[in-house]
Design a protein around this ligand. Structure first.
Ligand SMILES: [Zn+2]
Ligand SMILES: [Zn+2]
Length: 77
């Protein structure tokens, strides 16, 4: 049952965790303000599902073009 972050490979504590929409892996995401948790991904608003979606750093870098751009552009298809 031990879950590890798909980005950094370290153990997840079960609370500050999100699941990547693209690869399905779980990664570190700090939910509590002031939590001493590193973030191994980010979230973005998905207009079609009207909800928050999450993307890990691995997918973020593989989907991105390397430049700073809105994650929303990843899901335009
Ligand atoms: Zn991590
Ligand atoms: Zn991912």
């Amino acid at each position: 049952m031990d879950q590890v972050c798909c980005v950094c490979g370290e153990a997840l504590n079960g609370e500050n965790v999100s699941r990547c929409r693209f690869c399905g892996g779980s990664f570190h995401m700090a939910w509590s303000t002031g939590a001493n948790i590193k973030e191994c991904g980010s979230y973005f608003f998905h207009p079609e599902s009207c909800g928050l979606n999450f993307i890990c750093r691995l997918c973020e870098s593989s989907l991105g073009t390397g430049g700073p751009q809105s994650p929303n552009q990843f899901i335009t298809s």
